[in-house]
Design a protein around this ligand. Structure first.
Ligand SMILES: Cc1cc2nc3c(=O)[nH]c(=O)nc-3n(C[C@H](O)[C@H](O)[C@H](O)COP(=O)(O)O)c2cc1C
Length: 323
């Protein structure tokens, strides 16, 4: 139904990437996105043990024969990650697509990725980062605007302005996102020149996403006003769900509190536990597109509806042009 350089490059049906998500983009989520016709992206940083990581890759390959990707994380972390260890397993297990994201270009792993003939996608939030990633050999660039759930960087450029700027600045295909909550958003991002879309927030309410069902229900009632920025004081800005935890985090930041004071609220282990419990969900990355996530649905249905709505939106626009 949509054929772009991205559907060709990845070998997928819909030009939709299911955004990688710390603590959530595990086996079931990743396989579900790929089985539904998009590209699922496993978050390697979820695995501290390389054998568990290998096991996860094998489980995905059992659940789906369709293409999937693995994300390598280049964000600052308390316990710094050696991405070369993950890459050993990725190459061993024959994964064909790697996504990198973080505060810098993946210069230290690009050589090994390219030498193995693996497709490299780099995700970033600005034109200069996109150009840098292309210059070192990325096969595609993902850009997400300020509306997005998760890391927003410091440039604060909206999706509407960022996507066409990046499309005009690189030759490789671009995947755009940040705020895509339905097929109208998907059509809009494709109209901006992207050849694929990335969605994260929308998939928080997919049945296969391992968030507590009560949190998902609460998210279906949230609106575009229910997100906020946190951790700017640490140079690690994230857009998250505006809940009690996020408001406490900002309060501590306003009062000049540092990492020691913040850790009980933001540490990975704490967050992971909160995602699995009924409650406020802890520090849950969430974009402005949450206002369009009104129903908990199977992944397959979310992607099917999104692509069908995008097609309808484009047909509607076409009818606006007098023949
Ligand atoms: C709960 C959650 C966790 C995320 N974790 C990560 C992550 O660990 N690494 C990463 O590169 N992006 C992460 N993201 C960003 C998504 O992969 C994707 O780029 C983003 O959600 C797209 O914007 P949207 O939320 O407006 O759809 C996360 C997003 C969410 C909602």
């Amino acid at each position: 139904m949509f054929k772009t350089r991205i559907t060709d490059l990845f070998g997928i049906e819909y030009p939709i990437v299911g955004g990688t998500m710390m603590h959530l983009a595990m086996v079931e989520y990743t396989a579900a996105v790929s089985e539904a016709g998009g590209l699922g992206v496993l978050a390697s940083a979820n695995f501290k043990d390389m054998e568990l990581f290998r096991k996860a890759l094998r489980e995905i390959k059992v659940r789906t024969k369709k293409p999937f990707a693995v994300n390598l994380n280049f964000f600052p972390a308390l316990n710094q990650i050696d991405n070369n260890l993950y890459l050993n397993v990725i190459l061993d297990e024959g994964v064909r697509i790697v996504e990198t994201s973080g505060h810098r270009a993946p210069e230290d792993v690009v050589g090994r990725i390219k030498k193995a003939g693996v497709t490299l996608v780099h995700k970033c939030v600005g034109v200069r980062y996109a150009k840098k990633a292309e210059s070192i050999g990325a096969d595609a660039i993902t850009v997400v605007g300020y509306e997005n759930g998760g890391a927003t960087g410091t440039l604060d450029v909206t999706t509407l302005c960022l996507v066409p700027r990046v499309v005009d600045s690189v030759k490789v295909p671009v995947i755009g996102g940040g705020g895509v909550g339905d097929g109208r958003g998907m059509a809009a991002v494709l109209a901006l020149g992207a050849e694929g879309v990335i969605v994260g927030t929308k998939l928080l309410v997919a049945e296969e996403t391992p968030l507590h069902p009560e949190i998902k229900q609460r998210l279906t009632g949230a609106t575009e006003l229910d997100t906020m920025l946190v951790l700017r004081s640490l140079g690690n800005t994230h857009r998250v769900w505006k809940n009690d935890t996020a408001q406490k985090v900002v309060e501590i930041e306003k009062n000049g509190g540092g990492i020691d004071e913040l850790l009980p609220l933001i540490a990975g282990m704490v967050t992971k536990e909160k995602f699995a419990q009924a409650g406020d969900g802890g520090m849950l990355a969430c974009g402005m597109g949450i206002g369009l996530c009104t129903e908990v649905l199977p992944m397959r249905e979310i992607l099917r509806r999104m692509a069908a709505e995008a097609q309808q939106a484009l047909a509607r626009l076409n009818r606006l042009i007098p023949s």
